[in-house]
Design a protein around this ligand. Structure first.
Ligand SMILES: [Mg+2]
Length: 266
């Protein structure tokens, strides 16, 4: 008997639905079919499958763009998506800081900074330094600013620990290696609010009202997507697109299913 299809899905974005600026074929169709209620074995009317279709969320470690921009990007590729369906580390970090009523200083793009509009900024003695992907906007001066905040007692929040991502011109460093550099320099371990942190997956699952065991994560990163989702108790599908490399399958993390691309979910 084949494995039952999941009640719900979580999808990574970059490397699954697109590579930087180019869409990966099949993604728009998969999302349209989920909204129509296909690709799940749960009967119509059951909790997992409402009249609204099979529930899913997008879980991305992207910190160069906010949710509104990410939804617009997906819509530009013909993929139906709303900002509220997207979980990114900035959303989790803003909730974390609000709950603690803590102040922050933000090393993020302006787009991602907007997610922290209702969090108190303190550029003198912040409680937390929030580290996103500044890409080419990182300078040695900014890196040293972060270092000084940390040595002055601030804690470090990493918006995900992604190692790298695949841009049109080749792989580029993401937040993980930058956060690791500060850990090395200061001995301070970052608080990770994003994949592969278990709590980040659980935040999205809570929004879906689905238990991890009934949800499947689809991603191209063996560590943050597959390892992270497995640590949260989910099934996993690794796609051979985006940053996937055959060597990824030689490590300790084993995906439950491997497919060539998102198109194979149909
Ligand atoms: Mg990815």
């Amino acid at each position: 008997m084949p494995t039952p299809r999941p009640l719900a899905y979580l999808f990574d974005l970059d490397g699954v639905f697109y590579n930087d600026t180019r869409p990966i074929p099949g993604g728009a169709d998969v999302i349209a079919r989920l909204r129509a209620g296909a690709l799940s074995d749960s009967p119509p009317g059951s909790r997992g499958r409402s009249a609204k279709g099979v529930p899913f969320r997008f879980v991305t470690n992207t910190t160069s763009k906010g949710r509104v921009s990410l939804a617009a990007k997906l819509q530009g590729f013909g993929i139906s998506a709303e900002p509220r369906e997207i979980f990114c580390p900035a959303v989790a970090a803003a909730a974390f800081l609000r709950e603690k009523q803590a102040s922050g200083v933000f090393f993020t793009t302006a787009d991602t900074r907007a997610e922290f509009d209702d969090v108190r900024e303190d550029v003198t003695q912040p409680d937390y330094v929030v580290l996103g992907d500044l890409g080419d906007d990182w300078t040695y001066a900014k890196l040293n600013q972060v270092l000084r905040y940390l040595l002055n007692g601030a804690q470090l929040i990493a918006l995900g620990m992604s190692r790298y991502w695949r841009a049109d011109d080749g792989p580029r460093l993401d937040v993980g290696p930058i956060a690791s550099a500060f850990s090395y320099a200061t001995g301070i371990a970052p608080i990770v609010l994003g994949k592969p942190a278990r709590d980040f997956f659980l935040l999205a699952l809570r929004d879906l009202h689905v238990d991890p065991v009934h949800c499947t994560m689809v991603g191209d990163d063996i560590v943050t997507d597959i390892g992270g989702a497995q640590s949260a108790g989910m099934q996993t599908i690794l796609v051979r697109t985006g940053k996937f490399r055959p060597e990824d399958l030689e490590g300790a993390i084993k995906p439950d299913v491997i497919v060539d691309s998102i198109a194979d979910l149909i």
